[in-house]
Design a protein around this ligand. Structure first.
Ligand code: ZN
Length: 180
C-alpha cells in the first residue's frame, strides 16, 4: 500500500520525467497516472509509474516511467477466451532500461532486488537506450529496471488487460491501493 503523500510525490516526479522526455501529458493524464507498487510496499525498489493513453478493442498505448534503479517485477501476459496473449514493444525515450527475457544469463548492468532471486528468473539482459526498442513475445516472462538516471519508455501492444498479468512473485498485487 502507498501513502497518499508517497503517491502524489511519485506522480509529480514521474510527470516531470515524462515532460522532460518530450511527452505531451495532459493534466487529466497526469492525475490518472497509475503509481504501482505491486502491493510490495517499496515503490522505489519495485514499482512503475504508468500513463494509460488508450485501450481499444485491439491495441493499447502506455508510457512507463521508472525512477533510478526502479524495477518492474517479472511478469507475463496470458491469453484469455477469444484473445491471444499480449505482445508488446518497449521503446525507450530517455535514460537506460535493462530488460530481462528468458535465455542464457547475461545479467551485468542491472541487479535482482535483494532477497528476490526466485522472483526474477529471466536473466538474458537487453540494454535499451533512447531510440532502442524490443518486442516481447506473448507468454514470455520479462522484467525491467531503469539505470541510474531513471527512464521513460513507451509500451505499444495488443490490447492489455493489466489485471490479468501473471507475476512470478506470489506476493504481487497488481491493483494499486492508496491509504487515506
Ligand atoms: Zn509486460
Amino acid at each position: 500500500m502507498l501513502s497518499r503523500a508517497e503517491y502524489l510525490t511519485a506522480r509529480t516526479e514521474a510527470a516531470t520525467l515524462l515532460r522532460s522526455a518530450g511527452i505531451v501529458l495532459t493534466k487529466t493524464e497526469e492525475e490518472g497516472m497509475d503509481v504501482a507498487d505491486f502491493g510490495l510496499g517499496r515503490l522505489r525498489v519495485e514499482g512503475a509509474e504508468i500513463v494509460r493513453w488508450f485501450d481499444t478493442e485491439q491495441i493499447s498505448a502506455r508510457a512507463i516511467v521508472q525512477f533510478p534503479g526502479q524495477t518492474e517485477p517479472e511478469h507475463w501476459h496470458i491469453a484469455t477466451p477469444g484473445r491471444r496473449a499480449k505482445e508488446e514493444t518497449l521503446r525507450v525515450l530517455s535514460g537506460a532500461v535493462y530488460l530481462y527475457v528468458p535465455g542464457e544469463s547475461s545479467l551485468r548492468l542491472g541487479r535482482v532486488p535483494e532477497g528476490k532471486e526466485d522472483c526474477y528468473t529471466a536473466r538474458r539482459e537487453v540494454l535499451l537506450r533512447p531510440g532502442d526498442q524490443f518486442t516481447i513475445e506473448p507468454n514470455t516472462r520479462h522484467w525491467f529496471q531503469a539505470g541510474e538516471e531513471g527512464a521513460v519508455m513507451l509500451t505499444l501492444s495488443t490490447r492489455a488487460s493489466d489485471e490479468l498479468d501473471r507475476f512470478t512473485d506470489p506476493e504481487v498485487v497488481r491493483k494499486t491501493l492508496i491509504a487515506g
